[in-house]
Design a protein around this ligand. Sequence first.
Ligand SMILES: *[C@@H]1O[C@H](CO)[C@@H](O)[C@H](O)[C@H]1NC(C)=O
Ligand SMILES: *[C@@H]1O[C@H](CO)[C@@H](O)[C@H](O)[C@H]1NC(C)=O
Length: 423
Amino acid sequence: MSMNCIFGFSLFLLLLVALNVYFFYILSTEHKPAPFKLPIVKSDPIPPIIREINEYLNRLPSQYHNKNSKFLPSQRDLISSFNSSTASLDSVWQSVENWADEESLFPYKNGAAGHILQALRTSQIALADNAPKGTQLKLLFLLKGKQKVYFKPKRYNISDVIRGSIYAGYDRYNSEVFTYYLAMILNYKWVAPSVIRRIRFNKEILSHATAGLKKTMVKNDKGVCVYGKCYYCKVNETVCPDNNGDIEGAAILYLDKPFKVNKSPWRRSYNSLKMEWENDNDYCKKVSSLLSTKRILNLIDIAIIDFLIQNGDRHRYEVYKNKIILLDNGKGLGNPMLDELDILAPLYQCCILSTKTWQTLELVSGGSLTETIKLLASFQGEHLTTDDHYRAVERRLLKVYATVKYCIGKHGSAKVFKNIDGI
Ligand SMILES: *[C@@H]1O[C@H](CO)[C@@H](O)[C@H](O)[C@H]1NC(C)=O
Ligand SMILES: *[C@@H]1O[C@H](CO)[C@@H](O)[C@H](O)[C@H]1NC(C)=O
């Protein structure tokens, strides 16, 4: 062996050792925060499209891992919308009732968002009834001042992990509230204000309950409990006051306006049969022949939000003023170890995105998104979810970036980004 060869071989060995040390370092540092929690791997073979998106994820430019200083002005605006001192209830409900705007479902600027949340959280309940529409137990309150509010009671502790199918379990009240902040930060203003509220069961609900609501209450070893009226409501599945006599839940502002309901083209089958979109990667062509580009872009915006919270249950969607309103966001925050990428199917199958959405997504990188959720929630004294869920949302945001990069790689940004007014 020549000297050159020996030298080359030693260099190779040295490199090998260095690489080993490097990977060991990467692995050990990466796993430090959550040592035994590896993401759940589905047993189905990984579809090629998902593998490709994962490759983009691994090569994601560093800007998406870092904070973007251009977010600061938007963050300041959000803070001034949410960190506001008390306003008179009459004026708050009046501004809600008279709101007619093409930019947002409800007022939010200059402290309005904070005022509404505070009013939702503190207004006296004048009447409590069942809200029988829908599959999940919720109540309908009439507040003093006539404002209607949905109340989704707590069914799980915040740290409970929901296993099983993506749509398993009861609604998560905190997911409703979390999604409200998330959507507002992502500049998706077609969402109803929602806040965590603790209610004294006897004084505030029982004493103002309609006869109909009282009929769906039972007395058991925990006192008087509610099972409610809804598609899945069962007498043996009650919501009961805690040891302090309180019921906690999400108070959600009621939209007292007519809206249309449509079936989602990307809905799930809710059984083992696969839907067309799950088998056909050209499925978007079919959707494009049925829906406008504007509506598809809107569905993609919703899919991104649903992916971040892992809501796989948006089988239908409600449209008001030709925009999809984010109603019923209780199926998020189920399992922080799971990222069902197929919730993003509208994005990776159509490979289009509103330019405005992409600009907003690029602003909230590097932890800003969840930091801002925590900050805005703190103005109402809310602790919305666990650190695992906050980390999961950031991890999924990286996957959204990667999916968009995949689309750009495949079709070029000129084809991906769309400028359409009014989304
Ligand atoms: C939440 O946890 C508390 C105590 O840790 C327990 O008493 C309660 O039953 C749990 N609630 C639910 C809905 O699981
Ligand atoms: C309540 O009863 C139904 C049958 O009517 C059953 O399927 C369900 O599992 C029960 N729920 C609980 C929490 O025991």
